[in-house]
Ligand binder design. Structure first.
Ligand code: THU
Length: 122
């Protein structure tokens, strides 16, 4: 309701289940939640043992037509990366605006190389 920037993230799990999350905004702006982290939290809570095969991300803006792929923010990349590590299963990432090119990456590591992970904690 505040930014006019509506993001949606969809997951396809390896059993074919599809989950959808959207960004959730609060008047206290710092509490806004990204679409990617919302849908991943849902997957973690309800489908804990099922790897994620794909994540698709798109967005719509009240200011203009989005004609280019929308990329996940740095914090979301970290969260996606840790879900990928947890299942040791690469998550294919598909990005598109309202129209235009679709970018496809075979793993979140293509968007977050040399990532910090749970292994670093020992
Ligand atoms: N947003 C997402 O949902 N995902 C991202 O990766 C980047 C930003 C949301 C947060 C906020 O509600 C709005 O987009 C503008 O930053």
């Amino acid at each position: 309701p505040y930014s006019g920037f509506a993001v949606a993230a969809a997951l396809e799990l390896t059993d074919g289940t599809v989950l959808i999350g959207t960004n959730q905004e609060n008047a206290s702006y710092g509490l806004c939640l990204c679409a990617e982290q919302n849908v991943l939290a849902h997957a973690g809570a309800n489908f804990h043992d099922t790897p994620i095969r794909k994540m698709a991300i798109t967005a719509r803006s009240s200011l203009r037509i989005i004609d280019h792929p929308i990329s996940p923010c740095g914090a979301c990349r970290q969260v996606i990366s840790e879900h990928e590590d947890r299942h040791a299963y690469p998550i294919k990432i598909l990005l598109q605006g309202e129209k235009g090119d679709i970018l496809i990456f075979d793993s979140i590591k293509d968007l977050l190389p040399f990532s910090f992970s749970g292994n670093d904690l020992g």
